[in-house]
Design a protein. Structure first.
Length: 314
């Protein structure tokens, strides 16, 4: 029984420790690798938590499959049914929260497409008339491909070169399918509260990823920094039409840190080494997460087998 309680405690504490490690790792990784590390951490942590809860929920049923009467199980293992009931209750709450978040996301996406339908444009760009200052990458919806939605107020507020930065930034969100990563982490937060700290951090690194892509597209880090700063400044002065997370916008996240990062020179020589270190850090994160999840599941399975033998022998 003590071993089972240790497994439960480890299952609950595991995501807290992994989330803290992922935050530290993301701080030293390039933006793209940081995003993948955070997403992998959230997904594997949520998966490990669900696997443990499913295992606990099935303990009484496994005893039944072993042809052990439930009264005998309760006599030798009195906590089996309470733990199974608690695990089932937690999973029910998780399912409700996940469905609720998914419904909210689809609702945001539907409202954003209703706004986009007011706009006109060619290709992947839709310009919505109005004085509001806003722009965001709009993921595909019901067979429609993703679009970049920009208000005419935003276009008027930016200089021609800065408009190029804006469009390149939002195109990076669409081509990188950043909304998928954001959605995965957002849903994972409904499974375990430890993962909530990763959501805003992921949003920041997604914006940094798009910032770097935009700077490379226009060939000027200084121009990219100026465009992001101006877009954020003029957006803060107006009543925007932002539809909110998880629709990613050039004005999202802590803008001063993003501008400061763009004003620093891009590493040339050490960059490849940084890339390799990023890939290695991501691989270590995935390996540790997967190993811990499999270890917890295997430990629970072995304990159930042992308990079943003990009950039959008793």
């Amino acid at each position: 029984m003590t071993f089972l309680l240790v497994l439960v405690v480890l299952a609950l504490a595991f995501p807290w420790g992994l989330a803290a490690a992922a935050r530290r790792l993301a701080a030293v990784l390039p933006p793209r690798e940081a995003c993948w590390a955070l997403t992998a951490t959230a997904l594997l942590s949520a998966g490990a938590t669900i696997a443990m809860l499913v295992g606990l929920f099935h303990v009484p049923f496994l005893a039944t499959l072993e042809q052990v009467p439930l009264p005998r199980v309760l006599e030798v293992w009195p906590a089996a049914v309470p733990l199974a009931g608690a695990a089932g209750s937690v999973m029910l709450v998780q399912a409700v929260l996940v469905l609720r978040r998914r419904f909210q996301y689809r609702s945001v996406l539907r409202r954003a497409w209703q706004l986009a339908d007011q706009g006109r444009g060619d290709g992947d760009l839709l310009v919505v008339p109005g004085d509001e200052v806003d722009a965001f990458a709009l993921p595909g919806y019901r067979g429609r491909s993703g679009k970049i939605v920009v208000t005419s107020g935003m276009l008027r507020a930016l200089k021609p070169g800065e408009r190029e930065v804006l469009l390149a930034h939002e195109r990076a969100h669409l081509s990188g399918r950043h909304h998928v990563l954001a959605d995965v982490v957002d849903l994972s937060t409904a499974v375990h509260p430890a993962l909530r700290s990763l959501r805003l951090l992921l949003q920041f690194h997604l914006e940094r990823w798009a910032d770097e892509s935009a700077a490379a597209a226009v060939g000027s880090r200084k121009l990219a920094a100026a465009a992001i700063a101006r877009a954020a400044l003029v957006s803060s002065r107006t009543q925007g039409t932002s539809t909110g997370y998880p629709l990613l916008s050039v004005t999202s996240g802590p803008v001063p840190q993003r501008v400061e990062a763009l004003l620093l020179p891009e590493p040339v020589g050490p960059w490849r080494g940084t890339r390799r270190a990023g890939v290695l850090g991501l691989a270590v994160t995935v390996a540790v997460s997967a190993s811990a999840a499999l270890g917890l599941a295997y430990g629970l399975h072995e304990y159930v087998e042992y308990a079943a033998v003990a009950v039959r022998g008793g």
